[in-house]
Design a protein around this ligand. Structure first.
Ligand code: NAI
Ligand code: MG
Length: 364
């Protein structure tokens, strides 16, 4: 099988961590899988070269590929000059919109390589982290972040609205992810149905969709504020698929990151559906990106941690390319290397970016 991958290294440490991720990807080239890589510009480097943070050509390339690997964009050179959709991060927003990747996934598992180091770096006690295993699915194309805005000197308003269709599709995707586990994971849906009208629709549509289409998956409704408390004191109680709208999902997924206690190791996936989804009108799209930014303070020094970007390759195998075994092999290799002490300075190690990448390839 040939997989078409669009590679977007971006700015700052982006190209450095991407180089390591590509090394890992290439290690899986075999008679059964080959990868056609197309590398393009996005963010600051694209502004410098084309005047645009992302060109129509690159957006089209994303729509023509099986998956997109994205590193990071931005830096002091562009951050003040350009804002919003025209700024470096605007390129990513435009790409998300073009691909309609409405579900943002952030896994957090005590078994995962990123959380195995949590023992040392997390502010949480070890017995709190032990056995944690959940994925936050954040609705990423609607809600308060995309609604109508009013901004006056003494009044401001953000419209926080959802349609039934928007809620349905992210519910289905969450249930499909729950079903990938045996026995199926529960879906824990967050809302504030006690005070928000949009949350009442959210709860109703999630309830109906799950009951009619996924009766075998357990559904729990949880008020978003209390979910945040539970995540701080007993995160295991949220094991499963945590389904949340754009705002609550943003909060909760960052809070989930705090369990690990360090940047540089957390991958994420943004999807418009999963392979095999019959309701899809396009092919399934997936964009994989680390949760950190372009870290201009350490760019060019070969000290950036490539682990988050490398774990994005594992997520891409899992969610876009139907290569679950290979995904686990990447994760196991990363764990082995981190446990062996080959780590970048952010994890109090002495290894360089490329050394970590090489060690992971060797462990494969
Ligand atoms: P950042 O995540 O780039 O950096 C925060 C801190 O974490 C820095 O001290 C950095 O050195 C460190 N860090 C981040 N990733 C690391 C890694 N892989 N290995 C080792 N250390 C790492 O966030 P910050 O400083 O707020 O933003 C820097 C630039 O990145 C800005 O221009 C911002 O707009 C952009 N940014 C881009 C994002 C994206 O492309 N999706 C997301 C967040 C920020
Ligand atoms: Mg956030």
């Amino acid at each position: 099988q040939t997989h078409k991958i669009l590679v977007l290294p971006g700015d700052g440490i982006g190209p450095e961590v991407m180089t390591e991720a590509i090394k890992v990807l290439k290690a899986f080239e075999s008679t059964s899988h080959t990868f056609t890589l197309r590398q393009e510009l996005i963010g600051g480097c694209s502004i410098d070269a084309t005047g645009k943070t992302v060109t129509e050509e690159v957006k089209q390339a994303a729509l023509d590929s099986d998956a997109v690997l994205f590193a990071a964009v931005g830096g002091p050179k562009w951050d003040n000059a350009r804002k919003g959709l025209d700024g470096p991060e605007g390129g990513l927003l435009q790409l998300r919109k073009a691909m309609d990747i409405y579900a943002n996934l952030r896994p957090c598992s005590a078994d995962s390589p990123s959380v195995s180091i949590a023992k040392e770096f997390s502010p949480f006690r070890e017995e709190v982290i032990e056995g944690v295993d959940f994925v936050v699915v954040r609705e990423n194309c609607g809600g308060a972040y995309f609604g109508r805005k009013v901004e006056e000197p003494t009044y401001a308003m953000d419209e926080w609205g959802y349609s039934e269709a928007e809620i349905q599709r992210v519910t289905r995707l969450s249930a499909e992810i729950a079903l990938r586990h045996t026995p199926p994971w529960p879906v824990i849906s967050l809302d504030k149905a006690n005070v928000l009208a949009s949350s009442r629709l959210w709860r109703r549509v999630v309830e109906k969709t799950m009951k009619e289409e996924y009766p075998q998956v357990k559904l729990v409704h949880q008020l978003a504020d209390s979910a945040s408390l539970i995540m701080a004191v007993n995160p295991r109680a949220l094991n499963g698929v945590i389904l949340a709208d754009n705002t609550f999902g943003d909060m909760l997924s960052d809070q989930a990151g705090s369990i690990v206690g360090t940047l540089g190791v957390l991958p994420s996936a943004s999807l418009n559906g999963l392979p095999g989804d019959k309701t899809l009108k396009t092919r399934p799209y997936g964009l994989y990106e680390p949760t950190h930014g372009s870290a201009p303070d350490i760019a060019g020094k070969n000290i950036a941690n490539p682990v988050a970007m490398i774990l994005c390759v594992a997520l891409m195998f899992r969610y876009s390319l139907n290569m679950e075994d290979e995904a686990q092999r990447v994760e196991n290799a990363v764990r082995k290397v981190l446990d062996s002490g080959v780590r970048t300075p952010d994890l109090r190690g002495k290894a360089g970016t490329s050394e970590v990448g090489d060690a992971i390839v060797a462990a494969l």
